[in-house]
Ligand binder design. Structure first.
Ligand code: ADP
Ligand code: MG
Length: 263
């Protein structure tokens, strides 16, 4: 019995993007440790341009670590990560280049409290992209309009609801014109009544064809716009399929157990 359950626990599947698409992210044989703790175990994942990939899994399974490796907020020890043809190595120039191409949205917004909404959004474009302030502000206002809060430009984050702050964070990421958007549980810290407005913004982005990797347990979102769902457990990819597969036909016991808790 022990042997059988151990075999199950080491199940690891590849999450390859559909053939024929144009690969924007390729991860091969990714392994990462925090000290002695093996947090990511031989992850193989690729994403095509325009795909929306949803990552689900229990707390502590390595979801945040995985997406943080994609823009080098975490370093990996083994394997290959390629974003839009650029391989992530210690080369600082390449890291900067990949960070410019990957917009990240966190659970806790990470806005600067002492800066207005507009200044939060224009900071990176002015400093990193070297845009003139007028151009940065024009683009910032365009994306504030897009996330539905153009009237909040001159407020401070503390004056906004959580949902509005998260929409600012999304606008901030978009203003950098990233090729991939990474979302790490963007609605987990929100009051229930504002979750919908943030998900709607994300649905709109997905429908526009922006490539997205989204860690979330919002299966309604997955069902509406997700191309693939990846279930992670204990540092491995345990099951991959369409949202429909996870609703109707999950195969692994661990997946079923997890879904029974969130659905
Ligand atoms: P998830 O996002 O799926 O909840 P994480 O990627 O945050 O999982 O964490 C995976 C595991 O790695 C957890 O056991 C967590 O405690 C551990 N971990 C995360 N960050 C660190 C760190 N900086 N140092 C050591 N352990 C960490
Ligand atoms: Mg996490």
């Amino acid at each position: 019995v022990t042997v059988v359950s151990e075999a199950k626990e080491t199940k690891n599947v590849r999450a390859d993007a559909p053939a024929g698409g144009s690969r924007i992210i390729e991860i091969e044989g990714l392994n990462k440790w925090y000290g002695d703790f093996h947090v990511l175990k031989d992850i193989n994942l690729s994403v095509n341009k325009g795909e929306v990939v949803v990552i689900i899994g229990p707390s502590g399974s390595g979801k945040s670590t995985l997406i943080r490796c994609i823009n080098r907020l975490e370093e990996h020890q083994e394997g290959k990560i390629v974003v839009d043809g650029i391989e992530l190595t210690d080369d600082v120039k390449k890291i900067d280049q990949i960070r410019r191409e990957t917009g990240m949205v966190f659970q806790q917004f990470n806005l600067f409290p002492h800066l207005t909404v507009l200044d939060n959004i224009t900071l990176a474009p002015i400093r990193v992209r070297k845009w003139r302030r007028s151009k940065a502000e024009e683009r910032a206002r365009y994306f504030l309009e897009k996330v539905g809060i153009p009237e909040q430009a001159n407020k401070y984050p503390g004056q906004l609801s959580g949902g509005q702050q998260q929409r600012v964070a999304i606008a901030r990421a978009l203003t950098m014109e990233p090729k991939v958007m990474l979302f790490d549980e963007p609605t987990s810290a929100l009051d229930p009544e504002v979750i919908g407005e943030v998900l709607q913004v994300m649905v709109n982005l997905a429908k526009e064809g922006i490539t997205m990797i989204v860690v979330t347990h919002e299966m309604g979102f997955a069902r509406e716009v997700g191309d693939r769902v990846i279930f992670m457990d204990r540092g491995q990819i345990v099951e991959v399929g369409t949202p429909e597969h996870f609703f109707t036909n999950p195969q692994e016991e661990r997946t079923k157990l997890f879904l029974s808790k969130i659905l």
